[in-house]
Design a protein around this ligand. Sequence first.
Ligand code: HEC
Length: 120
Amino acid sequence: MKKHSIFFILIVFSLFIGGCKYDFILPEEVPPIDNSKPISFATQIAPIFVEKCNSCHNNQSPKLTADVAFAQIVPSFVNTGTPANSKIYTVPVSGTHYAKYSATEAALILAWIKEGAKNN
Ligand code: HEC
């Protein structure tokens, strides 16, 4: 009888342990940014706006079409002193705006601002 109850306790215990299932939410991996050359506004940043933002920001301020995006956001929406406070970065990263940058896009925008938000 005693043997049985120990066995029973072991089974209940193993069910209890096995029942704890953890779902890990892995953060999106950000591929390292190539630091060997400056980030280009024309070829790396403006295309993000064209793809994700222009359904609204083709007439909504700030206008983000490739031809005028730079003049619209620099300096008004960019803070080169504290890049992470730049509105062009914080608004879509907040998650409450209509569109959100992917982790890679967010990293590119931030890196571009850190490099001085150049029209290159
Ligand atoms: C579905 C429409 C829509 C999309 C898509 C959209 N926006 Fe907006 N955005 C708006 C509207 C409307 C406003 C006006 C203020 C508000 O509602 O936040 C705005 C305002 C802004 C502002 C100014 C906020 C301020 O405080 O002055 C920024 C910066 C901005 N959007 C960036 C972006 C970027 C970058 C993208 C693309 C990743 C984007 N938005 C995509 C509709 C949109």
